[in-house]
Design a protein. Structure first.
Length: 137
């Protein structure tokens, strides 16, 4: 039997906008995009991690009520959700490539703690930390 985490969900304000960002700017690819009435199950995956999916979900019923959905959208927009971490081989090169595609960084690449890292946000406000893989690891 195989077990493990296959999908991690991320709240976004607009799934089409998120899809454009994650596929068009970060280089992810669509794994699943299906609808059931107003509900849309949308997942993307990094090309180097085919067994893992990132769910791009809007806060809505049946998971939460309307008031909670609004609170969640506001929290995401303020960057209040925990950041995600993207491992890269070369942080400065990835920064340059992503910036050329229109990704807005909140922190330029900086060397610290034995690695290089940078920060950016997606269009919904979700924070990302991009960290260069340690060469000695």
């Amino acid at each position: 039997m195989s077990q493990g985490v296959g999908v991690v969900g991320l709240y976004v304000r607009d799934q089409d906008e998120a899809l454009e960002f994650y596929v068009g700017k970060l280089g992810f690819r669509v794994h699943t995009d299906v609808r059931n009435g107003d509900y849309r199950w949308l997942t993307v995956q990094h090309p180097d991690q085919p067994s893992f999916q990132l769910g791009l979900f809007t806060p809505q019923a049946p998971m939460v009520d309307a008031a909670t959905a609004q609170t969640l959208r506001e929290a995401v927009a303020k960057g209040a959700m925990p950041p995600l971490v993207l491992d890269v081989d070369d942080c400065r090169a990835a920064h340059d490539r992503m910036r050329a595609r229109g990704v807005e960084f909140t922190q330029e690449p900086i060397e610290r703690y034995g690695a290089v890292d940078a920060s950016f946000r997606d269009p919904s406000g979700n924070g990302w930390k991009m960290i260069q893989s340690r060469r000695d690891a």
